[in-house]
Ligand binder design. Sequence first.
Ligand code: NAD
Ligand code: UDP
Length: 335
Amino acid sequence: MVSKRILVTGGAGFLGSHLCERLLRSGCHVLCMDSFLTGSHANVASFLAHRNFALITHDIAQPLPAGMEVDEIYNLACPASPPHYQADPLHTVKTSVYGAIHLLELAQRCGARILQASTSEVYGDPEVSPQTEAYWGHVNPLGPRACYDEGKRCAETLFFDFHRRHGVAIKVARIFNTYGPRMQPDDGRVVSNFIVQALRGDSLTVYGDGSQTRSFCYVDDLIEGLLALMASPLEVTGPINLGNPTELSMCELADRVLTLTGACTAVDFRPLPQDDPRQRRPDITRAKHVLGWEPTVPLSVGLEKTVDYFRQLLSATSTTSVDGVVQVMREEGAS
Ligand code: NAD
Ligand code: UDP
């Protein structure tokens, strides 16, 4: 049987590296394309020796290398943490919009299926809860988050226009907050921030009064959802919400992290960033019915695995670089 050739953009990032690993395990040929803006060489170093793995350093906002032939494309390339995507907002928009066009043209030429890693941010600061795919969202198009939110919304538009005009086989996943091992310690998102701060004995930085909510999905669950969506019948285009509906406030998350780590550090309340969504919870009815998918890892279990990961990483990085340690942990099989 000939194995599929799969392009994973953003494959050296948090989600992308887990996806590459999972695809390699199932016998696929994986071509990882990444600009290393927020991704890390350590995340993919142990795949390099695999005969089915190839790495291209490339920015998807630029025209793609000529002559690529693939069967499936997962487009995960885009900084996902607010401080990272706001650092160069114009490039964030170009990544989502030019990147989508380049990859959709490749899919059209190759007759490949293409999956877009969209986001719950397309719902903005939602006025309804939980959020269903039918909700059109409440996004400030002028604010500091807009480069990400509107870029991702435009990418969805491009996916559906390529589908209608050119018959491209598209899949759009709206991913809700996902966490787990292999997030960067300086990523800036809340789960990694709280865990790293607790393990270092620093105060936990809670933005605003901490009453805003999120619903966190463990990375292994999310990856299975992406695979199920890619494998779904052609007529399933999405958008489909992928996330864990268990909702909690940022103060509750801080308490959970303090309990799990055994840290007795203080909580440092900081100003709430502009346009920070007040609440977020996915309605995953569609994913359950159409894909037969739902998350299986409870927050307590996923957080414990993530704490273990960062504990190992930080104790080793007191003497060496983060990249070196992540690579060694990957080679030793720590997920
Ligand atoms: P990440 O920052 O760890 O990974 C993003 C990867 O994309 C990095 O390896 C980065 O170097 C690469 N990249 C960025 N811009 C690029 C460009 N122009 N060309 C090539 N590579 C580029 O983030 P993540 O959490 O792994 O997110 C992966 C994808 O999933 C993103 O598209 C993100 O928007 C989406 N998503 C993630 C979450 C989440 O909670 N993790 C939620 C919603 C959506
Ligand atoms: N947050 C926080 N402390 C931090 C980082 C984030 O309280 O150190 C808050 C942030 O304001 C938001 C929530 O945690 O309300 C989730 O933030 P994250 O950046 O992880 O994801 P997003 O806002 O994109 O959902």
